[in-house]
Design a protein around this ligand. Structure first.
Ligand SMILES: Nc1ncnc2c1ncn2[C@@H]1O[C@H](COP(=O)(O)OP(=O)(O)OP(=O)(O)O)[C@@H](O)[C@H]1O
Ligand SMILES: Cc1cn([C@H]2C[C@H](O)[C@@H](COP(=O)(O)O)O2)c(=O)[nH]c1=O
Length: 215
């Protein structure tokens, strides 16, 4: 495909959404076609699935149901939004993708990284990101940031115990070892400008390797 598929990953409150928004604005100013989107969500059907998954009242949700719902939301979002954008030659910046399922459901919930990869393979049919930026942060620091973030809804996964959030981070560390060529780590505990400049430099390097992207 003509475009570039970049995903951004990390525990809660790492700064993914804020940095992606700024990056997208700057790339658009430089005349790139950018599609900024998120998972679960990004299109109507997947946003509705998101509400079901993340509703804090849904405490009875089974872990496998949760994993399948994330994969279903991913499938629809990929087919309706990501693939057409890549075919048009856009840069797709996606806030979370398959690695979230591998870290949260596969590792932290204990369902198994390989098992979760298999059900997701049915959903994505080999369409993996070109590059993934992993924002690393201590869960305590990330959770403190989202507590302070006015207007940020607290969802069902935010409410998991601290141990769960530590396992999520361990899960991501495992993925870094499994996919060393695709996933690159950024220290997200640094001040905002430092994290932003690091992410921006990496994205510019990725773009420079692909010369078909400018409008
Ligand atoms: N490097 C930083 N230092 C301090 N605060 C930050 C930094 N980056 C982002 N923030 C602030 O932390 C809060 C959470 O940021 P953001 O929503 O971007 O995180 P996130 O990784 O998308 O979180 P989640 O995945 O849980 O939605 C926001 O209030 C944001 O302004
Ligand atoms: C895609 C995906 C996400 N999750 C979790 C990670 C977060 O706790 C929420 C999404 O909230 P955010 O504010 O948009 O970051 O869902 C997951 O467990 N598995 C996934 O595949």
């Amino acid at each position: 495909m003509q475009g570039l598929f970049i995903t951004i990953e990390g525990p809660e409150g790492a700064g993914k959404t804020t940095i992606l928004q700024k990056l997208a604005e700057e790339l658009e100013e430089k005349k790139f076609n950018v599609v900024l989107t998120r998972e679960p969500g990004g299109i109507q059907i997947s946003e509705q699935i998101r509400q079901v998954i993340l509703d804090p009242n849904h405490t009875a949700m089974d872990s496998r149901t949760e994993a399948l719902l994330y994969a279903a939301a991913r499938r629809q979002h990929l087919i309706e939004k990501v693939v057409p954008a890549l075919e048009r030659g856009s840069i797709v910046l996606c806030d979370r993708f398959i690695d979230s399922s591998l870290a949260y459901q596969g590792y932290a919930r204990g369902l198994g990284i390989d098992e979760i990869f298999t059900i997701n393979q049915f959903a994505i049919q080999d369409l993996m990101p070109d590059k993934t930026l992993y924002f690393d942060i201590e869960p305590e620091m990330g959770l403190k940031r989202i507590e302070k973030h006015k207007g940020r809804e607290i969802n069902r996964l935010d409410l998991e115990e601290l141990d769960f959030h530590h396992r999520v981070r361990e899960g991501y560390k495992t993925l870094l070892k499994m996919f060393p060529n695709r996933i690159v780590e950024i220290d997200a505990s640094e001040p905002f400008e430092t994290v932003y400049m690091h992410a921006k430099r990496l994205v510019e390097e990725i773009i420079a390797k692909k010369d078909t992207l400018r409008i």
